[in-house]
Design a protein around this ligand. Structure first.
Ligand code: G3P
Length: 204
């Protein structure tokens, strides 16, 4: 079938828009790939000292995960695009964020985009996962730990809600890829060297 393939490629291209880089460039801020964790993501943009740029990055990186999933679920069925296609476009947007074709395949860690995908699948699931992230972030002040816990929480929560198999599989894959992209964070967390949110010192 042609449509699911085209939709998946389009979602990958959309996911490849690294908004941390785009937003900071448009706002005349320095490139997040040059400071802090060097990660092109909202958390690291926050380390530049611009909460506005960080929030805009978070929203746009989430939007690019939400949009393809929401479009397929809203308008896809008459064209034969079912849950499997929604799962595939969500995963493709996420993969685009991690390995963006427009940025030499050097992308981010996927937390915001995964949250967008979850919101596209189910508003309640996205909300519950965002709350899980917030609770861990507020208690620990580690953005990475919050992302790791939330990514593991989502598929479990979704299955408990009686969710569909293709989406659950996509969520499991996102959680594994997200954890792998956070491997340096995991090492720093274990060593007690991870930078905390709102902390004065950025990681090296
Ligand atoms: O999702 C990104 C966040 O979990 C960690 O980002 O910049 O602290 O490595 P960073």
């Amino acid at each position: 079938a042609l449509y699911p393939v085209l939709a998946t490629v389009a979602a990958y291209l959309l996911g490849s828009l690294s908004f941390a880089v785009i937003v900071t460039r448009l706002m005349g801020l320095s490139d997040p790939r040059t400071y802090g964790s060097k990660n092109p993501g909202a958390t690291n943009v926050l380390r530049s000292g611009s909460p506005v740029a960080a929030v805009v990055t978070l929203l746009l990186d989430a939007l690019k995960g939400w949009l393809p999933v929401a479009l397929v679920l809203e308008f896809g069925r008459p064209h034969g695009l079912e849950d499997g296609c929604a799962a595939s476009v969500g995963l493709a947007a996420f993969v685009g964020h991690l390995w963006p074709v427009f940025f030499r395949f050097a992308g981010g860690k996927g937390a915001a985009t995964a949250l967008g995908v979850l919101l596209g699948i189910s508003g309640w699931l996205g909300l519950a996962t965002a709350v899980a992230w917030l609770v861990v972030a507020l208690v620990s002040r580690y953005s990475s730990l919050a992302s790791l816990v939330a990514a593991a929480f989502a598929p479990v929560c979704y299955l408990l809600m009686g969710g569909a198999a293709p989406m659950a599989a996509a969520m499991g894959a996102m959680a594994l890829l997200l954890a792998w992209r956070h491997r340096d964070n995991i090492r720093r967390l274990i060593a007690g060297k991870e930078a905390r949110l709102g902390g004065r010192k950025a990681v090296r």
